[in-house]
Design a binder for this molecule. Structure first.
Ligand SMILES: *Cc1c(COP(=O)(O)O)cnc(C)c1O
Length: 465
């Protein structure tokens, strides 16, 4: 990897960053005092920072760089497309080959019956599309009052007003007037934290049945859709018990509720199939996509829509769209990404090489006194940290205190692992090799040891009562 040295010294970059750049999901004044880490280049599963450190990115950016960094095919696709047609819209009776090709390719890869794509610039935009699309669908079918959408607490569906309302993050709802009316949140299938003495199976069933209770409370004639990730990502990589999804599917079928699978993280190989819906065995009407669609090389998202919904929406003028819906450069980049995934049999690599090696490494980390267990599905996983493995107890300190310490120790050891509360999150590029997973293991083990030492020294290993 080449070191880019023709930039200002790190401290000057950090000062300019602090003076002018407002970071997302960040207390900017606090960050400004410490200085942000400046990432300068990347290759494969590694990042390089302005001080020359080589960092293993076990988060694939934000769960998106599935094919790894530095793939020239995507650079070439963008270059060619920029020269040929850098931009044109798809609004006014026009189209272009990158959008045509990508929509057709996505329809080919998607489960049966999901054959139509509405493009957006991001996952948030796509979920905003979904809110309007499902409400329009029922209105066109003569049921305009069937407009309420049920989601889940601790869900993440984006950060715009619409998608943030679908999400169930209370700290987001606390700012800026969310959720919008007509969105309801039921409990999440997080057995580790909330399951208590119940078996995972009983707990999963009970959480699914909250959907039925909510539908009956609102009235089935009022409920348009249920939205959920097959496996919650940003919520903490929460893998539902096996009883959960079959019961959700039964309830959606029974009450004629549209099922929206948010595949922004699960889609494009993350769970070992093209889509998480296949992994958990459900039949969604709409799937939200973004992130891995282009491996993050260009911003693009969308909604994959089933024939039945598309037929109704296509029969009217749907007054919705984005300037960059189906952006030609982003579409060409996404197409090159999907080409690589297929040419290199990336799903085989995930299922036969990367995921088994990752799970083995995580199981070794679970022997650490701080790690309560492993939640893993394909190439997404979480390690819950706990002062007591037997009881799955939380720490006596505020939730997230220990996770934050551990994330810091990971960073100090040139490893990117994120924390959600006191859970450490892993979602590496799908192309990661067993040798690189061994590097991951060694750095994670060191970070856990250092975290444990800090907790011991600070008398912080106590359980919450
Ligand atoms: C990241 C994410 C989104 C939002 O996507 P953006 O591109 O950040 O707008 C939506 N849903 C899920 C499940 C996500 O992980």
């Amino acid at each position: 990897m080449t070191t880019i040295s023709n930039h200002l010294p790190t401290a000057e970059l950090q000062a300019l960053d602090a003076a002018h750049h407002m970071h997302p999901f960040t207390a900017n004044s606090e960050l400004g005092e410490k200085g942000a880490r400046v990432i300068t280049s990347s290759k494969g599963v590694f990042l390089k920072d302005s001080d020359g450190n080589e960092i293993l990115d076990a988060m694939a950016g934000l769960w998106c760089v599935n094919i790894g960094y530095g793939r020239d095919e995507l650079v070439q696709a963008a270059t060619r497309q920029m020269a040929e047609l850098p931009y044109y819209n798809t609004f006014f009776n026009t189209t272009h080959t990158p959008a045509i090709a990508l929509a057709a390719e996505i329809a080919k890869l998607a489960p049966e019956g999901l054959n139509h794509v509405f493009f957006a610039g991001s996952g948030s935009e796509a979920n905003d599309t979904n809110i309007r699309m499902v409400r329009t669908y029922w209105a066109e079918k003569g049921q305009p009052e069937k407009s309420h959408i049920i989601s889940r607490k601790n869900a993440y569906h984006g950060s715009s007003v619409g998608s943030g309302s679908l999400g169930g993050m209370t700290y987001m709802h606390a700012q800026g007037g969310m959720p919008i009316p007509g969105i309801h949140h039921i409990g999440q299938p997080d057995w580790w934290t909330e399951g208590g003495e119940q078996t995972p199976e009983d707990f999963g069933l009970a959480r699914a049945q909250e959907l039925e209770a909510k539908i009956l409370e609102l009235g089935e004639e009022k409920v348009a859709a249920f939205i959920a990730e097959p496996v919650q990502g940003a919520g903490g990589v929460i893998i539902p018990p096996a009883t959960y999804w079959p019961e959700i599917q039964r309830i959606c079928d029974k009450y004629e509720i549209l099922l929206i699978a948010d595949e922004v993280i699960c889609g494009f190989g993350r769970t070992g199939n093209w889509f998480g819906a296949t992994t958990v065995g459900i039949k969604p009407h709409i799937m939200t996509i973004a992130k891995g669609l282009s491996s993050g090389y260009a911003p693009i998202g969308g909604s994959i829509v089933c024939d039945e919904v598309a037929e109704v929406i296509n029969a009217v003028e749907f007054n919705h769209g984005y300037t960059y819906s189906g952006h030609p450069v982003c579409a060409a980049v996404a197409m090159a990404n999907l080409q690589i995934m297929q040419d290199e049999n990336l799903l085989d690599h995930v299922n036969n090489v990367a995921a088994p090696a990752l799970h083995a490494a995580l199981n070794r980390l679970a022997e650490h006194p701080l790690v309560g267990g492993v939640n893993a599905k394909g190439m997404m996983a979480s390690l819950p940290l706990t002062p007591n493995k037997e009881t799955r107890a939380s720490f006596a300190m505020d939730r997230g205190t220990v996770g934050f310490i551990c994330r810091d120790r990971c960073f100090a050891n040139n490893l990117v692992m994120r924390h959600v509360g006191d859970r450490m999150i892993v979602s590496p590029p799908l192309v990661i090799t067993p040798e690189e997973i061994e590097v991951f293991y060694t750095r994670a083990k060191t970070a856990l040891d250092e975290t444990y030492k800090t907790l011991q020294d600070g008398d912080m290993l106590k359980s919450a009562s």
